[in-house]
Design a protein around this ligand. Structure first.
Ligand code: ANZ
Ligand code: ZN
Length: 804
């Protein structure tokens, strides 16, 4: 028996909307739950089936928590500024506002067809003046408190997008939008002082319930590095000089055979002897064209030039030749390093290429002979290091640091890899930076009462490197807010990551036109309890939002400082062929088609059943069919529904039902949606064995199915004679006594090895034993990345799985 999803799904979507069941008001703070997915960029291509994985997951949690009596804040909105719309405008002349609104309309329609329980009354659009007014307000707060500043700095420039990029957007040495090689340029740009929060951003990671991988990515990006700055002094051409170097390995100090300055180092010119001048100047020039990746990549040739000068080793007094090399970066540490080829791979490569000496001074702790064929980079025991011989690396680091400090030839130093956040962009489709330049008064922030600084429409988008806003007359025509004289506006716009650094606050009070959000409302709803989105945001968005929360806390606007308490990130959905879905590969699946053919409920159940939430998994048409068949079977159960039946209180069904309530409740919170669905399948298998079933059992089952297949569940609920929405019902709880059963221990083997034992009811049918085995988390862990070829069930107590 099949159900008509086209009729059913529309019907319930309309009922929910009419009853405004998902709109939420402030109740008791302890009953609130804020569940959020990262707001999407509304691309012209529309939604693909990868987007809704996270939407479904959070929706399932939201629906369950709502049924548990919580006030669930579950909003949706649009990260609507950004380059694609502007680039499209450059190509076609269609204004970005128009394409963006069309894309939003399409996204909204697609999302609404999926049965997601959003409170649409709170919808946000980062490109609307009502929204970006507060993005500008945020800029002003940071500016006034010294956390936003303008500075000339070498910046990453994408010659194709014609704009600067944040370090985070140029991580691989290429533009993360278009893949073009990034070049360095000296430009005056706006920065946010995220580095002020480096330690706090690092420390507080430990308090977060986030995937370990994402936490590690943030730690790594912040990059705290504890070491020593060591002075290498000397005289050159009659004048004294001092080259401090930063090292994390002072224990290798006796292995130094040269020092290297970055070609940009301020001492290069004065330390170059006349004989080397030409070669040095040429090398410095060559370096200018190189990206950071080209300079530091491990497989890059380590080039360099000798300056013709030497410094004194701080402890031995021996002369140490001074070189320049592009693998040393000007903007980290002191822009100079001590070369220890015996114990550092890059130095090893450099020494080999340039004929420098190699001195081993750290021996492996096992006493094994030192390897001369490559650098020994691990720690060990010191040798050839005067009075420090025999010390472990760890002890030697302290002792040598002490010795240097007492001689005033060094000091302990902590460095950070984190750089300030570059937020200005020379583009049109973003929030204008609310600053005015006046010849008399200098840099003047736009008064808050004059916000928003609206984007003008008389703009030529052509990217020239200069911001398009600089060429808009209506925009530039402005009076100084302080003295009233003719002035000009800042023409750069903000990085779209500024828009998304605070949007979760706006959902708490979405239509406030006096404040970015009312303090009481923020306190009621925030922080976000559950946040879900792609792992590609591991550093950018997630770090920026944490920084902005901490800055707003210091400005007394927030009482908390971590925006997202629990974070989960979904795996990619790949094409049927296992490759990444992309237009060019022709393997993109459009959710519209799936919803049309199989229904939103089938899509929801399928995507949640495909595998572990955080794993990448290929799309399968067979799989969606399977999900649909399961729902058809559930629909057919309604035939077994007999209101008058009392003889039908089958103990086995009751037992499985209570087990199912227990497992589904726990699995939803643990983001194990696939095993929750397996358990619901076990329940359906059990019911199908019996002619009639106590109606209460089925009603309870439909409740726990409802977060997964909300439309079908409402329909069945209504068929069962209920007048109110199932969405408003109470979430069932299980009775441990009823869930208990006569048990045997089922053994699960994978490729002949015992991997799990599961307690099951004796006499359980083979098909169910198989389902049980597959529903086990342990078994799923063992099956990760493998394909099941065969499953054999033996004698009701052994399941044997064979994989490729
Ligand atoms: C000598 C040494 C010996 C080093 C050894 C390492 C191993 P992190 O952890 O990233 O802070 N370094 C310092 N400044 C640099 C710069 N501006 N450009 C390129 N490299 C630089 O790395 C610190 C290490 O990176 C420092 O410790 C230095 O090399 C190098 F067996 O000093 B080390
Ligand atoms: Zn002025």
């Amino acid at each position: 028996m099949k159900y008509d999803h086209r009729v059913i799904e529309k019907k319930w979507q309309q009922r929910w909307e009419k009853a405004r069941v998902f709109e939420v008001k402030e109740g008791k703070r302890q009953d609130k739950s804020y569940a959020l997915v990262m707001w999407p960029y509304p691309s012209a291509a529309g939604l693909h089936v990868g987007h809704p994985t996270s939407y479904f997951a959070v929706d399932i949690v939201a629906r369950k928590r709502r049924m548990e009596g919580k006030d669930v804040l579950h909003p949706m909105g649009w990260d609507a500024f950004g380059l694609p719309a502007e680039n499209y405008a450059i190509k076609t002349g269609v204004h970005p506002a128009k394409t963006t609104q069309e894309a939003i309309g399409n996204f909204r329609r697609q999302i609404k067809a999926l049965g997601l329980s959003y409170d649409w009354s709170r919808e946000q659009d980062s490109s609307s003046p009502e929204y970006y007014r507060w993005t500008q307000w945020l800029f002003l707060q940071l500016y006034r408190s010294g956390r936003a500043y303008k500075a000339t700095a070498p910046v990453n420039w994408c010659p194709s997008c014609n704009t600067v990029l944040a370090n985070e957007q140029a991580a691989g040495g290429v533009c993360d939008r278009c893949g073009t090689k990034v070049v360095q340029k000296e430009l005056a740009q706006w920065f946010f002082k995220i580095t002020d929060y480096a330690q706090e951003l690092l420390t507080d990671i430990e308090t977060l319930d986030w995937p370990e991988k994402i936490k590690a990515a943030q730690r790594n990006w912040i990059g705290k590095s504890e070491g020593v700055e060591i002075d290498f002094k000397g005289t050159h051409g009659g004048t004294e000089f001092d080259v401090p170097v930063f090292t994390t390995r002072p224990d290798t100090l006796f292995g130094v055979t040269y020092i290297v300055l970055a070609p940009e180092h301020p001492l290069v010119a004065s330390l170059t002897s006349p004989k080397e001048k030409r070669a040095v100047e040429e090398y410095v020039k060559k370096t200018k064209g190189k990206s950071e990746l080209e300079r530091t990549g491990t497989d890059m040739e380590k080039t360099g030039v000798f300056l013709g000068a030497a410094a004194q080793h701080p402890l031995t007094g021996e002369p140490v030749p001074i070189w320049i090399a592009d693998y040393v970066l000007p903007n980290y540490g002191t822009g100079a390093v001590m070369g220890v080829p015996a114990h550092d791979e890059r130095d090893w490569e450099f020494a080999r290429a340039n004929g420098c000496e190699v001195n081993f001074v750290v021996a492996p702790p096992t006493g094994a002979p030192k390897q001369m064929g490559k650098a020994y980079t691990a720690e060990g025991v010191l040798a050839h290091s005067a009075e420090f011989n025999g010390l472990t690396s760890e002890n030697a680091r302290q002792k040598i640091a002490d010795a240097l400090e007492s001689k005033k030839l060094g000091r302990r130093q902590t460095n950070w890899h984190l750089r300030d956040w570059l937020v200005s962009r020379q583009r049109y489709w973003g929030a204008p930076i609310p600053i005015i330049y006046c010849d008399e008064c200098g840099t003047v922030p736009v008064p808050e009462k004059d916000l928003p600084v609206e984007l003008p429409t008389d703009v030529d988008f052509k990217p020239t490197g200069e911001s398009p806003l600089a060429r808009s007359k209506s925009f530039q025509d402005v009076k100084c807010p302080d003295c009233g004289k003719k002035a000009r506006r800042e023409s750069d716009t903000m990085d779209t990551f500024v828009d998304s650094s605070w949007y979760f606050l706006r959902y708490a009070d979405p239509h406030n036109d006096k404040k970015f959000a009312d303090a009481k409302k923020i306190e009621h709803w925030c922080p976000v309890d559950l946040y879900v989105g792609g792992a590609e945001h591991a550093v950018l968005h997630l770090l920026y939002a944490r920084f902005v929360s901490k800055a707003l806390r210091d400005l007394k606007f927030l009482k908390f400082d971590e925006p997202f308490l629990t974070l989960r990130s979904q795996g990619l959905i790949l094409g049927e062929n296992g490759e990444k879905m992309s237009k060019s590969k022709g393997n993109v699946v459009n959710p519209d088609d799936v919803v049309e053919s199989f229904g939103a409920d089938a899509l929801r159940c399928y995507e949640m059943f495909m595998g572990a939430f955080e794993d990448a998994k290929p799309w399968s048409t067979q799989g969606i069919l399977g999900a649909r068949r399961f729902l058809d079977r559930v629909y057919a159960l309604a035939e077994k529904y007999d209101e008058s039946s009392d003889a039908a209180d089958v103990p086995a069904v009751t037992r499985v039902l209570h087990q199912t309530i227990k497992k589904v409740s726990a699995d939803i919170e643990a983001f194990k949606f696939n095993t929750a669905i397996s358990q619901m399948m076990i329940f359906v298998n059990e019911v199908e064995k019996h002619d009639a079933v106590n109606p209460e059992l089925l009603e309870t089952f439909v409740k726990i199915l409802s977060p997964f297949a909300p439309h079908l569940s409402e329909e069945l609920w209504e068929k069962m004679g209920n007048k109110k929405l199932i969405t408003l019902e109470k979430w069932p709880t299980h009775d441990p006594k009823l869930a208990a059963e006569e048990e045997i221990t089922l053994v699960v083997q994978i490729n002949g090895k015992v991997r799990d034992t599961i307690v099951v009811a004796s006499g359980t049918a083979d098909a169910e034993l198989e389902a049980r085995a597959l529903a086990s988390d342990t078994v799923q862990t063992w099956l990760k990345g493998k394909h099941v070829m065969k499953i054999i069930v033996a004698k009701g107590k052994l399941v044997s799985i064979v994989t490729d």
